[in-house]
Design a protein around this ligand. Sequence first.
Ligand code: FIX
Ligand code: ZN
Length: 427
Amino acid sequence: MNESAESPPLAAADIAAVVEEESSPQRLVVDDWHTHLLGPLAGSALSLHGVDHLLTYHYVRRKLFAGGHVSPQEFSGWDLEKQGDFTWRTLFVDPPSDGFDEGCHGVVVAMRELGLDPNASTLVEARQFYADTDAQAIQQRCLQLAGVNHVVGTQDVFNDAERDYYENGEWDEDRYYSAFRLDELVLHYPRAVAKLKSWGYGVDDDPGSAGSVAEIRRFITDWHGKLHHVVYGACSFPPTCRVHDTQTQEGTILHRAVLPVLAQLKLPFFMMPGPIRRLSPTWGDAGDGVGLCDMQPYQQLIQQHPQNAFFITPLHNANQYDASVLTCHFDNVIVVGHWWFNLHPGLVEADLRMRLEMTGARFIAFNSDARVMENLVPKWKRFRQILSKVVADKYLDLHRGGRQVTRAGIARTLAAMFDPQRFSMTR
Ligand code: FIX
Ligand code: ZN
């Protein structure tokens, strides 16, 4: 049977409902291309789940500090349960104002979807639920509610707490992919040198010397072999970073070592321009800020390395347009997802429209950036609502323009938006 017989043209009045069905977690099962998650096999210190971790996620914790409810020093001195109780009381039981922000909204939605009461006066029942349910079951439920199949983590081998697990731990091969995180190497080379040396790499203080370049390349290749199923190398960049400039340390490392090895290994480079680390130094990861980037260094980097594939996900909302324009000119770059300070429904909706209108579907529509397993649920739920609304509008537009719209075409297009393999650059 041909496609039109199996999937007849839809009437305008049916399009929105069909898009909504095809965007659901049951029908559209996707891979999450950037998270900070590790599965339960990694143990409870590295694989975070539970109501207290959900409440102390840094999107929420930031509100406590910004609102002056507690000092970061005092808060970090408490155990996790005390932190959870304080956050629950302050922001949910008796809040100074209702929490419309995505951080608090995410807590409410995750609890409701997991069958917990987001209006409870204490966390007693929620904690009992977690005491009665094992970590694998929680993971299974969160992935199912989110409609996520494979999860890409963030593998920072310079992090002493993680490295041992990557070398010696048991890995869930069916579920987890690795992203080889290179921030420490690229942005903090003077710090990285000492560790590289202690691991037997003959680098020196000049990352551009022939010896250092060869040894950095060997380090990346070795760890590509040790990490499980690496799908890309990744680095975030501060707003003023001159990634294209070989006069700088980071430019040298990228041009001479990182990009040549990634090209050899056929791995894309995932670039995250925009964070200002530790803008509020005492707030930990809740204290990072964001700055507008000049996109020209990225344009030059992409242009100078046609043999490399690039993913780009700017943090600043005003950089989204420029990033999409890049994908119109170069076939070795695509835009990915939304995170953190641009992960707000109004911004995401506007970007999704802009991306569809400008590029067709030359992007990976969303990734969760989840750090706690339960983050998957509200983030993907929110994105699916936006996806369904925007894509329905676009299909109605096509229909009005004279194009036949079918369920099969809708399903195919939605699936394509989450599949990087469709780009020749990643094959
Ligand atoms: O650099 C990153 O991968 C960011 O996701 C983090 O640094 C950040 O703290 C975060 O979790 C944002 O959502
Ligand atoms: Zn991240």
